[in-house]
Design a protein around this ligand. Structure first.
Ligand code: FMN
Length: 303
């Protein structure tokens, strides 16, 4: 009998498919299509210490094989999340991964400390959001990334995952590992731009936006391949995954698990279809566990 579960730090997930932050709400809407508890886990929308209204519209714009978004982290804040959304998520039987964003290390610490006293299963620190006016992406710099993770780690006993930007260098990933992260999630969206040729102005009020979807998949796969070789802790692959075959590619590149984002907008059943496709793949290949193929693309290949 194949063991479809995976272990990340001290946590066991029933399978390696996780709904990505910002693309699955708090799971409730998707639960109308299928039992969302069949996924390995669900990441919440990015949560901040206080509620945020997000960016003015337009917030999304389609590009060939991709989606540009500039949501700007609209969310109810950690307190309202714990009061109003988390009980529903736990009742649905979900492994809840709380995605957190803040403007500085202190504020990350505040939000993480509050969440670490709640029933969430994992805290995923997003140090890679490209859509906040005037904010640099701290995850791109090793020293800044380390400072945020050090602060959060000292305030939190729960599993701590760190979500890096696609531009993060190996040294940022290693710095995050050194500070006690349990896993690295890569990647967040790539910074992109679209211009309205009638007005000659950028489509988005914040000029730049985050590119996701199949357009970024080979780029994300390349990042995951390199990170998996550079750190000991598990890497969770994200970026343009729309099918079980895509998920297998990320596992072969070295990912322990994968997150599915934009594909959920194209087909609300996408994540569940990937769970089922992977199950069939395991049976067809007579795999006993994911370890048998994890990282196999690296064998004999110098980085
Ligand atoms: C509309 C939208 C909102 C997102 N919001 C968040 C967020 O709040 N926090 C976060 O860490 N990532 C956020 N992301 C990034 C996704 O979680 C994911 O990393 C990225 O979209 C790449 O995966 P994909 O190509 O499968 O969508 C968002 C993406 C989209 C498309």
């Amino acid at each position: 009998m194949a063991d479809r579960s995976i272990r990340i730090g001290g946590l066991t997930l029933k399978n390696p498919i996780i709904a990505a932050s910002g693309c699955f709400g708090f799971g409730e809407e998707y639960n109308e299509f299928y039992d969302v508890a069949r996924l390995g886990g669900v990441c919440t929308k990015g949560l901040t210490r206080r509620p945020r209204e997000g960016n003015p519209p337009p917030r999304v714009f389609e590009t060939p094989c991709g989606l540009l978004n500039s949501i700007g982290l609209q969310n109810p804040g950690v307190d309202a999340f714990i009061r109003e959304e988390l009980p529903m998520m736990k009742e649905m039987g979900l492994v809840v991964i709380a995605n957190v964003w803040a403007e500085c290390a202190e504020e990350y610490g505040e939000a993480v400390e509050i969440l670490s006293r709640s029933a969430v299963d994992v805290i995923e620190i997003n140090i890679s959001c490209p859509n906040v006016p005037g904010q640099v992406i701290v995850g791109a710099q090793a020293q800044q990334a380390a400072e945020v993770v050090r602060r959060c780690r000292s305030l939190c006993d729960k599993p701590l995952w760190v979500k890096l930007p696609p531009t993060a260098q190996i040294d940022a990933a290693q710095a995050v590992e050194e500070q006690g992260a349990d896993a690295i999630c890569a990647v967040n969206t790539f910074r992109g731009l679209a211009i309205d040729i009638e007005t000659g102005r950028p489509i988005f009020a914040n000029t730049f936006a985050g590119l996701s979807g199949p357009a970024i998949r080979p780029l994300a796969l390349q990042v995951v391949y390199q990170l998996a070789a550079a750190v000991e802790i598990p890497v969770i692959g994200i970026g343009g995954i729309t099918s079980w075959q895509d998920a297998v590619e990320f596992i072969m590149a070295g990912a322990h698990a994968v997150q599915i984002g934009t594909a959920n907008f194209i087909d609300p059943l996408a994540s569940m279809k990937i769970v089922e496709g992977l199950q069939q793949f395991m049976e067809d290949r007579r795999l006993h566990s994911w370890e048998e193929i994890r990282g196999c693309a690296h064998e004999g290949s110098p980085l």
